[in-house]
Design a protein around this ligand. Structure first.
Ligand SMILES: C[S@@+](CC[C@H](N)C(=O)[O-])C[C@H]1O[C@@H](n2cnc3c(N)ncnc32)[C@H](O)[C@@H]1O
Length: 201
């Protein structure tokens, strides 16, 4: 019988009490790039149902803090995380950090945001790129100098253009397709470290 990729990670997540199998993508990214440490403050964009926050919650520990946002409310109770239901497009993340007593700057911004697909390739790609640009904007506004940004990207003609934008803001920009991502999937993750400066006004 062929290896059922979806089923394997789904069962593993269930067994390990994670609310989604996407957690294994972030785990692999972290194992390779050593992103999370105790005491960090993290923004989680597209946080629902919450497996990335579950993973990060353990990594940053009781001294760390997470602010997660998603269109869909997150029904999880984590001791060091606050979740807000909202559209990143209409949200002033700097204000939101202040309201929740966080920031003004954070150590890491992670984005697993994905648009609801329509099946119309050009529209889906444009929406996906818009979400990536919004995530980068949040990172530029909220990261400490030296901070890290992890963002999901759907491979398209915009790849080089987006990588160029990332390179303008970070000293190192890598791309990874984790094992938890199906082979046929177009998704990859950019891992950007060494945020240069708050260049967006
Ligand atoms: C793949 S899921 C994230 C899974 C999550 N990282 C986890 O581990 O549980 C993608 C999420 O992006 C969210 N999303 C899409 N567009 C958004 C937007 N404009 N603002 C906030 N969240 C958005 C969706 O609602 C969806 O929950």
């Amino acid at each position: 019988m062929a290896f059922n990729h979806k089923d394997y990670y789904f069962k593993k997540a269930k067994k390990e009490n994670f609310v989604a199998r996407s957690v294994y993508k972030l785990e692999e990214i972290d194992q390779r790039h050593r992103i999370f440490r105790g005491g960090q403050t993290i923004i989680d964009l597209g946080a629902s149902p919450g497996s990335w926050s579950q993973y990060v919650s353990k990594k940053v520990g009781s001294e760390g803090k997470i602010l997660g946002i998603d269109l869909t409310p997150v029904a999880l109770n984590l001791p060091n995380a606050t979740f807000v239901a909202g559209d990143i497009e209409d949200t002033d993340m700097e204000k939101l950090l202040a309201i929740h007593g966080l920031g003004p700057k954070v150590d890491v911004v992670i984005s697993d945001m994905a648009p609801r697909t329509t099946g119309i390739k050009s529209a889906d790609q444009a929406r996906s790129m818009a979400l990536c640009e919004m995530a980068l904007y949040v990172a530029q506004k909220t990261l400490k100098v030296g901070g890290t940004f992890v963002v999901k990207f759907f491979h398209s003609g915009d790849f080089e253009n987006y990588r160029k934008m990332l390179r303008a803001s970070f000293t190192s920009v890598g791309a990874l397709k984790p094992k938890g991502t199906r082979q046929e999937s177009k998704e990859i993750f950019f891992i950007c470290s060494g945020f240069k400066t708050n260049s967006v006004t």
